[in-house]
Ligand binder design. Sequence first.
Ligand SMILES: CC(C)(COP(=O)(O)OP(=O)(O)OC[C@H]1O[C@@H](n2cnc3c(N)ncnc32)[C@H](O)[C@@H]1OP(=O)(O)O)[C@@H](O)C(=O)NCCC(=O)NCCS
Length: 125
Amino acid sequence: MIGGTRINLRAPEFIDLDRNQRWINDREATRYLAGRYPVSGLAEEAWLRNLVSSPMSFAHVFFAIETKDGRHIGNCGLDALPEDRKATLDIIIGERDLWSRGYGTDAVTTLLRFAFDEMNLTRSR
Ligand SMILES: CC(C)(COP(=O)(O)OP(=O)(O)OC[C@H]1O[C@@H](n2cnc3c(N)ncnc32)[C@H](O)[C@@H]1OP(=O)(O)O)[C@@H](O)C(=O)NCCC(=O)NCCS
């Protein structure tokens, strides 16, 4: 568990399945994300099973975002390409009623602190 000010980041778990499927099929929440096609329950389950049964690694970092009282409200992650010395960051606060309360900012700040302090990513000029 990686602690931020308002949120904690934890490893994804299979029990997150229903929430993840709801969020990935919410067109408002995914408007700016790469995926645009509806995702079936089976496809989401296969994706999550694969994610949670593989160890997290430098190349693929994925965290569930929880409020301090343990409510899973979104996900965030990094896909790092060491050869390019770059990582792309993804984030979704899936619970839309919790937008604009500072959770997204704190999740990104916490994720970047992990990236720079623990993954040894460096900011390029
Ligand atoms: C983007 C997102 C993570 C922000 O989380 P949040 O908890 O609502 O954000 P915070 O409360 O910490 O910060 C809100 C600030 O982000 C800004 N913001 C929200 N969405 C934004 C967007 N798409 N582009 C630019 N700024 C955005 C708000 O205007 C607000 O700015 P302000 O503080 O100057 O008023 C959340 O709205 C979300 O999950 N959206 C759907 C998924 C998505 O678009 N992810 C980003 C692409 S990877």
